[in-house]
Design a protein. Sequence first.
Length: 199
Amino acid sequence: MTDAETHKQKMKKMQAEHRAKVSEAGDPGRGLVLVHTGNGKGKSSSAFGVVVRALGWRQTVGVVQFIKGSWITGERQFFDRLGGVTWHTMGEGFTWDTQDRARDIAAAQAAFARARQMMESGDFDLLVLDEINIALRYGYLSAEEVLEGLRARADRTGVILTGRDAPAEICAYADLVTEMTEVKHPYHNGIKAQRGVDF
């Protein structure tokens, strides 16, 4: 058998296995929960890529940002120009900038109250809870209250939770968990965050 024939046989087998797997898969009848976590870059960026995909299918999308505050980002400017995304930036900036735990807790609780209302409304196909894992890491929210909100979401609503250090309970509940791993970062070589790449 030639290399070409061997390759063709191998690909035919893979095709049959893939088609069998797809035919056995079902629709859960409910929006999925995705977690983007880890110490590498790209957690929010990946979530916003999913937003673009959802908008391509004319789905209804919302974003609640838990940390970023008034920081001007490229994605926010893009979606503001494009339209079609209900956007709430409710954090007050990085926790090391506010230096006020009570204020940070109040901001996180207000953001989650808004997120919960959106999750339960039945108005959204997709919600991004950007940097909510940071609020969980610092104890501004509990995993239990976030899980309660996720369980109470409308059936049509999928949710993406971003940020480092996602709690184990959230990861166990999620349908998909992706951990971004930092291999190399320009900041460690003295390069500041770049407009259009980092924000």
